[in-house]
Ligand binder design. Sequence first.
Ligand SMILES: O=P(O)(O)OC[C@H]1O[C@H](O[C@H]2O[C@H](CO)[C@@H](O)[C@H](O)[C@H]2O)[C@H](O)[C@@H](O)[C@@H]1O
Length: 533
Amino acid sequence: MSDTECSYCDDAGLRIQDFDAAVFDLDGVVTRTARVHAASWKRLFDEYLGRRADETGEPFQPFDIDKDYRRYVDGKPRYDGVASFLESRGIALPRGDPSDPPDQETVCGLGNRKNRYFRDSLKQDGVEVFESTVALIRRLRDRGVKTALVSSSRNARAVLDAGGLADLFDVCIDGNDAARLGLKGKPRPDLFLVAAERLGAEPDRAMVIEDAISGVQAGRAGGFALVVGVDRSSQAAELRRSGADLVVSDLAGLHIRTRPTAPCQSVHAVPRILDRPGEIGRLLDGKRAAVFLDYDGTLTPIVARPDEAILSEGTRAAVKALARRCMVGIISGRDRADVERLVGLNELVYAGSHGFDISGPRGLKVQHEEGAGFAAAVREAAERLGKVLAGVEGALVEPKRFAIAVHYRQVAEDEVPTVEDAVDRVLAEFADLRKTFGKKVFELRPRFDWDKGKAVLWVLEALELDEADVVPFYVGDDTTDEDAFAVLTQRGVGILVGCPARETAARYVLDRPADVQRFLEDLTTVLKERGHV
Ligand SMILES: O=P(O)(O)OC[C@H]1O[C@H](O[C@H]2O[C@H](CO)[C@@H](O)[C@H](O)[C@H]2O)[C@H](O)[C@@H](O)[C@@H]1O
């Protein structure tokens, strides 16, 4: 893959307008009920096996949650789970009938006793909820996406009530519905399809969120537009193999763009501004300019390590000359102090951490810290990442005030998934942060609706450049720069550097950072000719 390509679309490219509905599995996605189930099974079988050992003199071998729960019981209908585990211990009991009382020594009787223990524990201890999932469901609902809960469990409604979650879903399909309607369980897609139908959504406009292999298979088999696998137990590869389009270790890691996106076109259809003599003058049309520049990949070529991205004297001189004629702002993913030092021109406005941290020269009175409330989470997450990635050769953690970059440019290709897994694990601990992607870099940024585009608009307003006689230019190369191109489609000029294989909202391209310097010089000449000082 070349440096100008990006294997990921920022935020995985998910757009809210592509979905009418989202269907969530319960256990392991919305609630951590597996633990309550596992503890109830253990209580049932340890009691039963203990009594059997006393009666028969056989050695007592307790129920092992790690081994027995996963292998014989997890995900299966209740009575099948009992039968499967008993068979593994060579115990044969009559099946009995679902109406058997909980003290009857039949498969159904034991299953009913486990259910009593489960319900008791729900009442007594409540249920543990994944707050990041709840936050995602609320965000989706706020934006008009309908939500359904699908579970094979007959206890699903009791679990929702215990967690105070019932009003998060328009529709709930549980084990009782499945039995009543004769629906086949996962991996067959029946439950999901009925849920989508009841929400009035076509599967190709709906997403499925699942943590179980069989659930992911069901989502895929149902033809859903997106199947998200939630990896709670180190089975990311298997979830992907089973059909998950995306795997996250926690739904805090799933970001769905909620803004309408600007009209985009393939980068190959976008003209080179330098190929059009006189274009800059025509764009200005007698107006003033305000120029925003990204740093890495725009003012400097992409290099092996961030500390090697040194601004050339030629480009610095071009930026300096332009700043005498109009406002120039540097809008970077880097830490603000870092990019200020690298550019080294006091007269500019600087926005660091992707626009979360903005400051300008005293005379310009620009100071804005949109990310301030997230500083502690960012600091802690950076420390954790430093520790968990210490052993991965080439991985580089770059802490910033309001974001963290984890670089894998120097990491062996087969070790990159290890880096991403570590990032996902740390991310799962910080509900306030979200993951984004750039050129061979994963970034953790505040989970807050702010980006380079919003930073550009904020600076224009703060400097009273938000006027009809000002043409804002934005020059950038990365996916995070698309937010700035998007806000300028109607009122300014976005210029993309390089030819990444993606769609862009930019109006022009420049092939490389050297062309950026030429563009800045040409723009300065036009402003000078027109007497802008
Ligand atoms: O918004 P930018 O100014 O373009 O910053 C984006 C990220 O740039 C830096 O990383 C990138 O450039 C490095 C040096 O060329 C390269 O080694 C790395 O692979 C690129 O991702 C910077 O280190 C990050 O903090 C910025 O977020």
